[in-house]
Design a protein around this ligand. Structure first.
Ligand code: DAH
Length: 379
């Protein structure tokens, strides 16, 4: 049974020395272990472990092949052939199983990550401008085309900028505590006894203070518009709000006249309301202009005969204007003997209501998407 002559060399060790039939059944057992093991190996790691167990350096098949040397030389060739056959078969089966696992993993992934290129796109919700900002932007464009520069000023001003510089005397009604929103002195609100800030900070009641800033910053000739948010202590109703928008205009040069003001504003009315729009000037009063005018256009709703929108007068006042008062020029650092100018101011909220037929100012302030989404043209 044992030739023994190679027993020291082959180191078959633990398995002890085998005879031919033991070796044959050992090889068959490896073949069987491969096919049953592969049948249950569910992933690549499982197959790798099986490969190591059967074919690895100290695996079962390697151990058996080491026994070959000790086999009866008559049986040896046939067993050698069988051992090689088993090795090739097991290797092939393992390779096949790995391929199958890899490709099924891939197809699972492809399925999970499938993108249907033919599916219809989901609409992207693009926001749009608030209607008031659409109107403001139109005004910027019109005046820009007329050669006006655009400036913005701070929303918090103090008494000097908002009133004094604009020739508004202390007893003027617009300085009334009930018209102006005062910034509270720090701490006084929290202490339960709010009082106006000692530094005189208020929320600007109009965009007119920006005129002063522009005059101080620029040298004439000046042509500027100044859009912005304004605040007043108002009870909110269909046509009033504590917060609203204005556009201020200012033109200053050596010999600017009332005729320039009239020509400019008529041109503006045609640009925004159409060529045939009828206009008129009426005398008005503002502390910061002298003389002052109110500028009307034929009612945009009824076109003249009179309706509720125009108070049955057939006219709608779209802005106030006038020649810049010498006191105001001086506040801006300009010499009234050298320069004259005209100014105008208009409310954008009312323009927006007229343009879109919006009946209540509160809708503009609401932030209600059901309302806002009706004005998608502002981009
Ligand atoms: N500041 C005025 C207001 O709030 C609007 C205004 C009127 C501005 C006449 C002007 C102007 O520049 O000349 O009602």
């Amino acid at each position: 049974m044992l030739s023994g002559d190679n027993s020291g060399r082959d180191g078959a060790g633990e398995q002890g020395l085998m005879d031919a039939s033991e070796l044959r059944s050992g090889l068959e057992a490896v073949r069987a272990a491969a096919s049953s093991g592969l049948a249950v190996a569910g992933d690549e790691a499982g197959v790798d472990a099986l490969r190591t167990e059967l074919l690895g350096r100290s695996g079962r098949l390697t151990g058996l092949m080491r026994q070959l040397g000790g086999i009866d030389p008559a049986e040896r060739p046939a067993l050698g052939v069988l051992a090689n056959e088993v090795r090739n078969e097991v290797e092939a089966a393992i390779g096949q199983r790995l391929n199958a696992l890899r490709s099924s993993g891939l197809s699972d992934r492809l399925e999970a990550e499938r993108i249907d290129m033919t599916a219809p796109g989901r609409p992207v919700r693009v926001g749009h401008l608030h209607p008031t900002m659409t109107v403001e932007r139109d005004l910027r464009e019109i005046f820009h085309a007329f050669g006006f520069e655009i400036f913005e000023g701070p929303e918090i001003e103090d008494d000097w900028w908002n009133f004094e510089a604009l020739n508004i005397p202390p007893d003027h009604p617009s300085r009334d505590l009930w018209d102006t929103l005062y910034v509270a002195e720090p701490g006084s609100w929290e202490a339960g006894s709010p009082r106006p800030a000692e530094d005189g900070s208020i929320l600007r009641t109009h965009t007119s203070p920006v005129q002063i800033r522009v005059m101080q910053a620029l040298q004439p000739p000046i042509r500027a518009i100044m859009p912005g948010r304004c605040f007043r202590y108002e009870a909110v109703d269909a046509s009033h709000s504590f917060e609203f928008f204005q556009v201020e205009g200012l033109v200053v040069d050596r010999d600017t006249s009332l005729a320039d003001l009239k020509g400019m504003l008529e041109e503006y009315a045609r640009a925004i309301y159409g060529e045939g729009t009828a206009t008129r000037f009426r005398p008005g009063y503002y502390p910061f202009t002298e003389p002052s005018v109110a500028f009307d256009v034929a009612c945009l709703v009824c076109g003249g005969p009179g309706c509720p929108a125009c108070g049955r007068t057939g006219w709608i006042t779209i802005l106030g204007a006038g020649m810049v008062h010498p006191v105001v020029l001086r506040s801006g650092g300009l010499d009234p003997d050298e320069y004259q100018g005209y100014a105008f101011g208009m409310g954008i909220d009312r323009m927006t209501m007229l343009r879109y037929g919006i009946p209540d100012l509160r809708l503009l302030m609401s932030g209600d998407l059901r309302f806002l989404e009706q004005f998608p043209e502002g981009r």
